[in-house]
Design a protein around this ligand. Sequence first.
Ligand SMILES: Nc1ncnc2c1ncn2[C@@H]1O[C@H](COP(=O)(O)OP(=O)(O)OP(=O)(O)O)[C@@H](O)[C@H]1O
Length: 233
Amino acid sequence: MLEVRQLTKIYNEQNKVENISFSLQSGQCLALCGGNGAGKSTIIKMLIGQLTPTKGDICINGKQVQKDDKHWFSFMPDHLQFPPLLTGYEVLSLFGRWQGATAERVEQCLQLVGLTNDQHKQVKTYSKGMQQRLAFAQALLADAPLLILDEPTNGLDPYWVWEFKRLIRTEKEKGKAVIFSTHMLSIVEEIADTVAFIHQGQMLVYDSVSTLCQDGQSLESIFFAQLSQHMAY
Ligand SMILES: Nc1ncnc2c1ncn2[C@@H]1O[C@H](COP(=O)(O)OP(=O)(O)OP(=O)(O)O)[C@@H](O)[C@H]1O
């Protein structure tokens, strides 16, 4: 459903993301991995139309995506600032109104992320993990074919990381495609079908997780091996 070709953003000579190509089918999950400053958020910002690519194509079902064409994805940013005085329920209802979600869907999403009991508390009283779960609920509201999540497990405790993985599997079973960025490679091994390893704006590895890990190697050891090869030049 999604085809990305030669996606490039040149901020300046030192800071750039170049020639990123990948494809994604419905029901599949792609993880974007890489160190700090590798280029993951830049790729995501180009996908969601927040940054104009220097060059490259983004196509959905064979058609080039236009800058303001947003109905094909739901997005969870890495930092989502909520109005602090509103309750969780009020925040999600607002997002629901913008996205055309029903009141029932709002309640369903609050329940999926475990915030039903806290829905009438002001967001300023939420912990970091609770705010992160509210941001995830916001991305689940709409019925878009692709979920794009920027570091969705930041601040989640082990139980909610486990729940996040379960929810993503459910979205995949419903036919949703998922792209997420993360530093947590164990999560990638468990829920992603393909992985792109970005280093200094270049895609060093792009392959299926099962192929990469077929000899029992972990993604961590595979990526470190790639990194040391790359740094040796
Ligand atoms: N607006 C900008 N102007 C210039 N350079 C930028 C800009 N935004 C990001 N960069 C640079 O582009 C590169 C990629 O940054 P990006 O935020 O995409 O990395 P990331 O992989 O998401 O990092 P992290 O894991 O730390 O969030 C970095 O070198 C960064 O300094």
